[in-house]
Design a protein around this ligand. Structure first.
Ligand code: V0V
Ligand code: CO
Length: 142
């Protein structure tokens, strides 16, 4: 079902500061930036590697406000790993299969994600405390 770890999402207060740290310390490069109003984030993708199933990335996330998923997370837990995203060939199908096994879906249908991807989230309480994202890359990244 999973082809790769697509990205690890990290919540931070200051996106520009964290980008500079990751670039300087790990020699990573930002390949995409986006403000996603629906998800309440300003985010940047730093490329790690390319595999057969597609690329893998670190996603840095700054909240657009306190009453957003990442804003609430920062207030409650502080900066750190917010979610892990797995690449799937077909996110709609993956949602059906996973939902059928009793895991609560935070999204019934795919939403717009970074770099033109289709994304959906699973409830962290049903996945061992880990907020889990499913990512279907657009054709050109697959
Ligand atoms: C909350 N909880 C988490 C968590 N956030 N556990 C692990 N990882 C997280 N990130 C726990 C929390 O401690 C509570 O447990 C419980 O889940 C319910 O949390 P809550 O505070 O009552 O509820 P909310 O209102 O904070 O909602 C939490 C959820 C929400 C996960 C439902 O954040 C959500 O819908 N997230 C999906 C969308 C999202 O995260 N978007 C931003 C990334 P206790 O304390 O009761 O034990 S956007 C993105 O990745 C994009 C665009 C992309 O990849 O392209
Ligand atoms: Co993400």
């Amino acid at each position: 079902m999973f082809m790769r770890i697509d990205h690890v999402g990290i919540a931070c207060h200051d996106l520009e500061e964290k980008i500079a740290f990751f670039e300087r310390t790990f020699e990573l490069t930002v390949v995409a930036r986006e403000v996603n109003e629906e998800q309440g984030v300003k985010e940047a993708m730093l490329h790690i590697a390319d595999g057969e199933g597609g690329g893998s990335y670190i996603q840095l996330l700054e909240p657009l406000g306190p009453d957003t998923p990442v804003g609430k997370f920062l207030a409650k837990r502080g900066e750190g790993v917010h979610h892990v995203a797995f690449g799937v060939p077909d996110v709609t199908r993956a949602l059906q299969e996973i939902g059928g096994k009793g895991v609560r879906l935070l999204d019934e249908k795919p939403r717009h994600g970074s770099m033109g991807s289709s994304i959906a989230f699973l409830h962290p309480k049903d996945v061992g405390g880990m907020l889990t994202e499913l990512v279907q890359a657009p054709e050109q990244r697959a």
